[in-house]
Design a protein around this ligand. Sequence first.
Ligand code: ADP
Ligand code: MG
Length: 450
Amino acid sequence: MHGVGMRDKKHFTKDSIQIAPFVLLPSPFPSTEFNKAIELQPILNELMHKVAHDDKFLEHTLQNALQVDEFTANLYDIWVKVRQEGITQSIMLGLFRSDYLMQCTEANRIKQVEINTIASSFGAISSELPAMSRYILRQLGHGDLIKNMPVNNALSGLCAGIVQAYDLFDVASAIILFVVEEVSYNICDQRFHEFEISEKRPDIQIYRKTLNEIYVETTLNDKKQLVLDGRPVAVVYYRSGYEPAQYPSSREWDARLRVERSTAIKCPSIQYQLAGTKKVQQTLAGAGVLEQFVGGGAAACRVRDIFTGLYSLDFDEGGERAVDMALADAERFVLKPQREGGGNNLYGAEVREALLKMRHSRERAAYILMERILPPLVSGYVVRPGAPVPPPLSDLVSELGIFGVIIGTKDKIYCNRQVGHMLRTKLADANEGGVAAGLGALDSPYLLEM
Ligand code: ADP
Ligand code: MG
């Protein structure tokens, strides 16, 4: 009833949506750690922005991974091409999300899981969910507790970013283009972004196209504008395009290249997407690297504090040490390839198995090794289609995501803000909690002084 819906993956029909899995009551989260994450977001936005503009750093960092990872290599090739031709649009729009788990062995401090620079989804339905949680709390006679639920304006904040970029493009009759999958499951979340922009700015026309449709229907004019339906595209906002499966043929890659060549403001730009790789995250955690971007002061300390152990698996001394360390105690680690969207990581015994298999093969450099974060358990009821009524009381763990918006060029930042949050909660024994991947449930934080 609040729009917290998704299409059914198993029995897909375009004509119906189901409830998205959600947690009946908001899950507890320490308020100090929540506020810390909120305050850090502008620093992280700027960090990613700077990384994306440091050609040498990106080149160096991705070199080994792209030798063995075709998807990263394809993205990288586009970046090389557009740089050779000359960048046509210096303004970038970043809608980022930094994800955290609480580490319970360290007195309940947040640790960063990753930062996403593409497809920052669930901002919309995470903004709708609290209305339902508030209703449930009142029905249970606990309306007084609502004050502990932080306001969440993720949807309006993200859309305001898109609109600000549109205004900076400043071409009459320009449009906004949403790049969508062939089949969108997370349809409510996507559409709410369109509705929000349209309500706030009725003058702006929004198009939705797949990469294949962009290949067929768009052109570049002599001013390098991306033209669709006779109108220049001001902003290209990717809701998809972060998984190899979304580039089934060279057409999709050609479409991506055309967009990158154009003057449209891209969200994310190819540089932002490369900056959001796991390899970059791991490299930033190395001694002195983060400091190159944020300086050696208090900001660096605050960011370092949210990092957990991250190790390269390159063929060098450090890489060998990391392999030995992981083989000795695989349960302590997560092995991650250069992928997004959930379901790609390896845990525990799988880490050991995979490392034994690829120890001597180049493939290994496409992965990073990360210390496993052990979050505290909370109990709650997960409501999902097909679940028993009432659902069982289960042990759960929550992952907090903080949304950020940044708009800028290499030298000028037009806006840099934190715009809201999301909480995804999963059964304690599941490795991953992606809602789109079918494992997690949408949730809201209930802030506690701890
Ligand atoms: P993806 O790009 O696929 O979302 P993530 O790095 O976010 O990759 O990992 C997916 C999920 O795996 C996370 O949402 C989290 O639930 C779990 N996960 C990832 N890294 C760790 C870690 N270091 N410790 C514990 N769980 C992790
Ligand atoms: Mg993730």
